[in-house]
Ligand binder design. Structure first.
Ligand code: FAD
Length: 388
């Protein structure tokens, strides 16, 4: 069995960003540095717009992956609720930065972060089938062969039945919502403004994307199915009715795709030789666009942990202590973002008599108390460990 120090299973943005961050430590075939293999199964996932936070942009910039990636800046985010008062606007100027985040195409990001050209990383089109502990690490069974590794990083997007199985203590919640995603034209055009409008059926987000908006409309599956089947004119009328006039008049709509939504948080029981990152570790509701941003921080911090291990105690890589330390380092950020996104969905779907008033008061509070707004938006941009 071919031996590697690290095997990364998954060729999505999280697995690939990790490979780029490890590249300086790797030296394939030279006998020096780490030997790293990335295993990538072809993806059939539909393209979707992804809002990358300012923090994610900094990660991509440090790895030389930002330049050349088509990205539409977000200058303002307007948050409101349907059928209730209160709203708040977060601006890039609040933070002294040029953009709160950028909207990119998932597919273009995957292409931009692909590692085929990196000489330090061995990349194979293959699929992780399963793994088991072996006397000197982990035996990873791929579709074409088995390999041996000290550390197996599962970054396969977390679809059970593939490489990552549900861990026994996993938290799983079916939101009973689907996201309908498409591009829409408005008049006037977006002006680099994003909108998050909470409705009792689920949040509706508009993200500035090239010269149009990308729409992420969440609602119960039966309604999502209805929206998918509508003629364009009826869809636009329904969107205008749900969203109101804030973003202008909806004029035209592009092809639609639908994504079922659930929360899956794997129990990070530290297992020697195994680390799980990105959606394989936690799959979130897309509200507030946090899933990939959290996954990129997983990847970045894992590369840092590998660097530290290599500098201080190379024999630690792949040990139970290594997996434990990594899980513990990521816990705060992960829990905060899981609770934040899940809490937003819970709070804005409550239909109790006073709930709309309480939500409106919370939005008004954020709007009138800039430090509170800044505190929250910095966590959205940089994660739990952001400075105040
Ligand atoms: C509608 C929608 C909108 C979203 N919007 C945002 C947003 O605005 N901002 C944000 O931060 N996040 C957003 N997300 C979440 C974001 O898409 C995910 O968090 C992100 O794609 C996770 O990246 P990943 O690399 O972990 O997994 P994936 O992107 O799922 O990639 C996993 C890769 O691994 C491959 N693979 C699968 N099984 C195996 C195997 N056994 N062996 C080897 N390879 C395998 C797959 O083919 C795939 O290429 C959104 C999600 C949805 C559904």
């Amino acid at each position: 069995m071919e031996p590697f120090d690290i095997v990364i299973a998954g060729g999505g943005p999280v697995g690939s960003v990790l490979a780029h961050a490890l590249a300086p430590l790797a030296g394939r075939g030279t006998g020096k540095g780490l030997s790293v293999l990335q295993v990538r199964a072809g993806s059939t996932a539909a393209d979707r717009p992804i809002a990358l936070s300012h923090g994610s942009r900094l990660i991509l910039e440090r790895l030389g992956l930002w330049q050349g990636l088509p990205a539409t800046p977000i200058h303002h985010i307007h948050v409101s609720q349907r059928g209730g008062f209160g709203r708040t606007v977060i601006t890039a100027a609040d933070h002294g930065i040029d953009a709160l985040g950028h909207v990119v195409s998932y597919r273009e990001l995957v292409e931009r972060t692909a590692t085929g050209h990196l000489p330090a990383i061995a990349m194979r089109e293959d699929r992780l089938l399963d793994w088991k502990p072996s006397p000197d690490g982990i035996e990873a069974r791929l579709a074409s062969q088995s390999v041996r590794t000290r550390l197996l990083v599962i970054a396969d997007g977390g679809r059970p039945g593939h490489g990552s199985e549900e861990s026994p203590g996993a938290r799983i919640k079916d939101y009973r919502q689907s996201a309908v995603v498409c591009e829409v034209d408005t008049e006037p055009s977006h002006g680099n403004r994003a909108w998050e409008r909470f409705t009792p059926d689920g949040p509706v987000a508009l993200l500035p994307y090239r010269n149009r908006y990308a729409l992420v409309w969440t609602s119960p599956p039966a309604n999502a199915e209805r929206l998918m089947g509508m003629y364009d004119a009826a869809f636009i009328t329904s969107l205008q009715h749900t969203f109101g006039d804030r973003a202008g008049k909806f004029r035209a709509v592009g092809p639609r795709s639908a994504f079922p939504l659930s929360l899956r948080v794997q129990d990070q029981k530290a297992h020697a030789g195994i680390v799980t990152i990105g959606n394989a570790s936690q799959t979130l509701h897309p509200v507030a666009g946090q899933g990939l941003n959290l996954g990129l921080r997983d990847a970045w911090e894992l590369a840092e942990a590998c660097t530290r291990a290599l500098d201080d105690r190379p024999e630690d890589l792949g040990s139970a202590a290594f997996s434990r330390a990594f899980a513990s380092r990521r816990r705060l950020d992960r829990e905060l973002i899981v609770r934040l996104t899940d809490g937003l969905i819970g709070a804005f779907s409550l239909r109790l008599p006073m709930s709309s008033t309480v939500r409106g008061a919370a939005l008004a509070f954020l709007d009138t108390v800039p430090p509170a707004r800044r505190f929250l938006s910095r966590r959205m941009m940089f994660g739990a460990r952001a400075l105040p």
